[in-house]
Write a protein that binds this ligand. Structure first.
Ligand SMILES: Cc1cc2nc3c(=O)[nH]c(=O)nc-3n(C[C@H](O)[C@H](O)[C@H](O)COP(=O)(O)O)c2cc1C
Length: 185
């Protein structure tokens, strides 16, 4: 059975990113996929402080393995200052080098209080993931004015966004399988 990691891309307590990640998890499970949510709220930041790049960091290693051992990664990215949260870059900077996202299928969900729905944040992150040799899923989902269209209890209140999300879930599972086949030949 495939494993998908849904990464909540911020350490902000009470974030919409984590609520959305928890909403997305059962959508994958319904399709017969093993899904887990990993939140950057739990990133062991203390171990990174002081610029400990390349050192033996057992807590960070355990955290990052939960993400990169999955067959595919769904990043839920909030928009902070027209970009993605700094802790997400910190997480990436502590991935093993040069492997990091090598050949890893990655899908993106952007979400923001504002009208751009984290479009810039996602596109900036796509650049980084492509640089690190990830396979980017072409189906992206953007949630604009996220507090108006998403509620933890009610789910997604916008029909179009809901359709796009369901389509991304089905599309990403196929994408992960196709990449696996392509890489095995
Ligand atoms: C540090 C910070 C910067 C933010 N910058 C933006 C921004 O540039 N554009 C925007 O639409 N919303 C911005 N927001 C609001 C977030 O989009 C909003 O909190 C939304 O719920 C997504 O973030 P969350 O997953 O942390 O809840 C910012 C929030 C924080 C905490």
């Amino acid at each position: 059975m495939k494993t998908i990691c849904i990464l909540s891309g911020t350490d902000r307590p009470g974030s919409m990113a984590l609520k959305i990640a928890n909403h997305v998890k059962p959508l994958y499970e319904k399709q017969g996929v093993n899904a887990r949510v990993v939140s950057l709220e739990d990133f062991p930041l203390a171990e990174a402080i002081g610029g400990n790049y390349g050192k033996d960091l057992p807590q960070i290693e355990a955290f990052r393995n939960e993400v990169i051992d999955a067959d595919g990664i769904v990043m839920v990215i909030p928009e902070y200052n027209g970009s993605f949260p700094g802790v997400l870059k910190m997480f990436i900077d502590y991935l093993p080098f040069p492997d990091a996202f090598h050949k890893k299928p990655i899908a993106f969900i952007g979400e923001a209080a504002g009208a751009f729905g984290a479009l810039r944040a996602v596109e900036q992150m796509q650049m980084i993931c492509s640089y690190r040799n990830a396979h980017i899923c072409p189906e992206r989902v953007f949630m604009q004015r996220v507090k108006k269209i998403f509620d933890e209890e009610e789910g997604i209140g916008d029909e179009m966004v809901s359709k796009l999300l369901n389509s991304q879930v089905e599309g990403f599972i196929q994408f992960v399988s196709q990449i696996e086949t392509m890489e095995s030949v």
